[in-house]
Write a protein that binds this ligand. Structure first.
Ligand SMILES: *Cc1c(COP(=O)(O)O)cnc(C)c1O
Length: 389
């Protein structure tokens, strides 16, 4: 890490490696068509999978709640920040995912830090899929537990590692839908494994909640053969398909009670604005009744998959709205992203260290807000670029 005098040189290294980050400035609302840096773009770059971030019903609900209860919670949950709207939302969220109890967190990142920190210490061990989200990696490190990473979805290796570990408390941590690959973890099998080894199973469903399952209840609904068990801990974020902000953890009553006492990112932070809880409650209703949005997404995914045939780049096998087009080199991925941008299409290039070296990719993210014509426009552009136009 840099000393003060080295900072400029270290930043120059990042630039030289083609890893320099630059933030785009969004000027209107989130959606399939966005205004960014003064330009109108067709965007495949959000996690707003159901097109709810700018939904009129959610906006009206938030406005109503702001009018009645203000914009800030003003205190942490354990002081005076825990509002009736939070309390109601926690009950609704638990029922929605079919678990006994739920607890709101300010964000998914904080939920991950909070849960792992509350359950694990120096003599314990985390078993993490190698492709887990960075927030789970940070959560494992911060917990000070031993951090074992198993090859992506390799349950045989995981079984062996669990068996060999002398740790007192063991926790398996997995993304339910992998954020840069879009594939889905076999949760029922993972829960079996966890029970056999008397371990916790922690499921991060940031990208499945609202999208997977007939009623959008997420990865647990999708894993139809899974029977909930007290060792199961479920986390989903509310800023992606749900279109708002925040996160929640669901599990047994005892687990939630423990987190209220021990999860430091829960205890030592201001409660999120009650108006957001009101918006999420309304969002849950739209998600449950959102079968048409999910069917539309499935149709767009199928259209994209069949349309990429003949391109020099391949899509990873994914049935979720995350459709990664693997390009390989960092510079090549950036060039492709820039060529699309020249055609007013925004698809981010994802480079190491977010993904393994040599697998730089375009992360095409589909939304129910897209039309078939939007997907066709992307496909036409990709084919033109591939032909060297
Ligand atoms: C986005 C994401 C998070 C973080 O959630 P925030 O609410 O944005 O902090 C955690 N895990 C995964 C897999 C994610 O994709």
């Amino acid at each position: 890490m840099p000393a003060p005098a080295e900072l400029g040189a270290r930043l120059a290294e990042i630039e030289a490696q083609g890893l320099k980050r630059r933030r785009r400035v969004l000027e209107g609302g989130q959606g399939a068509h966005v205004r960014v840096d003064g330009r109108e773009l067709l965007s495949f770059a959000s996690n707003d999978y159901l097109g709810l971030a700018n939904n009129a019903e959610l906006v009206a609900e938030a406005q109503l709640a702001a009018g009645r209860f203000g914009v800030g919670a003003g205190a942490s949950h354990l002081l005076t920040g825990h509002h009736a709207l939070h309390e109601r939302l926690e009950v609704e969220l638990a029922a929605f995912v079919g678990l006994p109890a739920a607890l709101l967190f300010a964000s998914g990142y904080m939920a991950n830090l909070g849960v792992l920190g509350a359950l694990l210490g120096r003599h314990d061990a985390v078993f993490a899929d190698r492709l887990n989200h960075a927030s789970l990696v940070d959560a494992a490190l911060l917990s000070r537990a031993r951090h074992h990473r198993y090859p992506h979805l390799d349950l045989t290796a995981l079984d062996r590692m669990l068996g060999e570990s002398p740790a007192r408390v063991k926790l398996i941590a997995t993304d339910a839908v992998f954020s840069m690959d879009g594939d889905i973890a076999p949760l029922a099998e993972l829960l079996d494994l966890a029970q056999r080894h008397d371990a916790w199973l922690y499921v991060d469903d940031a990208h499945g909640f609202g999208v997977l399952g007939r009623e959008g209840r997420g990865s647990l609904e999708h894993a139809s053969s899974l029977t909930p068990h007290p060792s199961l801990i479920y986390m989903a974020t509310l800023g992606k398909a749900a279109g708002v902000f925040g996160a929640f953890v669901a599990g047994s009553e005892a687990l939630i009670d423990w987190l209220i006492h021990k999860a430091r990112p829960y205890v030592y932070t201001t409660a999120s604005p009650p108006m957001l809880a009101a918006a999420v409650s309304r969002s849950l209703r739209l998600i449950r009744a959102g079968e048409r949005r999910r069917e539309r997404l499935a149709a767009l995914i199928a259209r994209l998959k069949s349309g990429v045939a003949g391109l020099p780049w391949r899509l990873l096998p994914s049935d979720t709205p995350i459709q990664p087009l693997v390009v390989g080199g960092n510079a090549e991925a950036v060039r492709l992203s820039e060529a699309l941008l020249a055609r007013d299409i925004l698809v981010p290039a994802i480079r190491p260290p977010t993904v393994p070296a040599g697998t730089a990719r375009l992360r095409i993210s589909l939304s129910a807000a897209h039309t078939e014509a939007d997907v066709d426009r992307l496909l036409t552009a990709l084919h033109e670029i591939a032909c060297g136009d």
